[in-house]
Write a protein that binds this ligand. Structure first.
Ligand code: SF4
Length: 328
């Protein structure tokens, strides 16, 4: 079978899975062809310019919708929706609502609040499990990759597990293995990745509850999600997502935006994504509420140990070498 035939079989498989999936939004089925097969470099150039301007406008306090339009990204979005099959489902629901940096993004799906519901979509599958890793958060950790992600960001690193049926069934034996692997004192905690953790809450809430029962707060939980913090805080978000968020210590949020890719960022692929201290962010919202303020006006609190690289490695070494380091 050649590459094209392989890809066609994959598309057909995806199409059938989505057709059979209970609760899946029918609009989403309009074009289930994976985005990475339809790259348009010119559209990406436009996006890179628009995306950057958009995030600057947001940090100055403008709404994301306004920022996107000011940056001229709306035609790009329309073009992407047409040629990539991506959708901004929330476009008409939340006028003026700040949906987070870079969102809506032309080259991913952008869900309404509550549109995607893990309780209907998750197949309770684990795509991968890696023990004792040092790349998925602070310290030595164990990483659980859940199966299934409908965001479909262009050039997603893990497109092979967009399918909710990828991997293996979640079992009690797996749950116990996760607990046992957390016992060594040198393991700091567990990390949830995917796939989309917020759309696999039946599995991850079970594991999180078990971890808290067994270890209290002595082990931490990090979670990577395609949702932005602001999207998770929208009215109408399903309660399982906020429950899982409440169990996490650190959230890395937002879609992967190719035009904002930066390999110097700590724990993120693109500069729209944030490393958020969940407990401090929720406390800040509660405080605002107690003062009669709108909690959605409070920005999430960034992890205080965040340490992005300022220069690429080659530049850093060149400077040290030019300064004489390593010579007698
Ligand atoms: S949210 Fe993450 S896993 Fe999902 S498509 Fe985007 S980059 Fe891939």
């Amino acid at each position: 079978m050649d590459n094209k035939q392989n890809a066609d079989v994959f598309d057909e498989g995806m199409r059938r899975k989505f057709d059979l999936m209970p609760g899946f939004d029918k609009d989403f089925q309009a074009d289930p062809t994976p985005a990475f097969r339809k790259t348009d470099p010119h559209a990406m150039d436009n996006l890179a310019a628009g995306g950057q301007a958009g995030s600057e406008a947001q940090s100055a306090g403008a709404s994301s919708e306004g920022a996107s339009q000011a940056a001229g990204s709306l035609p790009v979005r329309e073009k992407a929706e047409k040629s990539f099959g991506h959708r901004d489902f929330a476009a008409h629901d939340l006028p003026g609502y700040n949906r987070g940096p870079g969102i809506p993004y032309a080259f991913s799906n952008n869900p309404r609040a509550g549109q995607w519901d893990a309780r209907k979509m998750s197949a309770n599958r684990i795509a991968s499990y890696k023990r004792f890793v040092v790349t998925d958060g602070e310290g030595i950790r164990n990483s659980i990759y859940v199966a299934g992600c409908p965001f479909r960001c262009q050039n997603c690193w893990n497109a092979s597990i967009w399918d909710f049926q990828a991997g293996h069934d979640f079992t009690p034996a797996f749950e116990q293995a996760v607990i046992d692997d957390l016992r060594p004192s040198y393991v700091e905690g567990v990390t949830y990745l995917g796939g989309e953790p917020m759309l696999n809450t039946p599995v991850l809430l079970k594991i999180s509850n078990h971890i808290r029962q067994e270890f209290g707060d002595t082990k931490n939980i990090w979670c990577w999600t395609g949702y932005t913090w602001e999207e998770l805080m929208r009215p109408g978000t399903t309660p399982d997502k906020t429950a899982l968020l409440g169990m996490c210590d650190i959230l890395i949020d937002g879609r992967y935006i190719e035009g904002l890719k930066d390999s110097r960022l700590q724990f993120r692929g693109s500069s729209n994504q944030r490393v958020i201290d969940v407990k401090k962010s929720l406390a800040a919202r509660r405080e605002a509420q107690e003062q009669g303020l709108d909690p959605n006006s409070v920005a999430p609190v960034i992890w205080d140990k965040l340490h992005d690289q300022k220069r690429v490695i080659a530049e850093a070494y060149r400077k040290d070498r030019d300064a004489g380091e390593g010579r007698d």
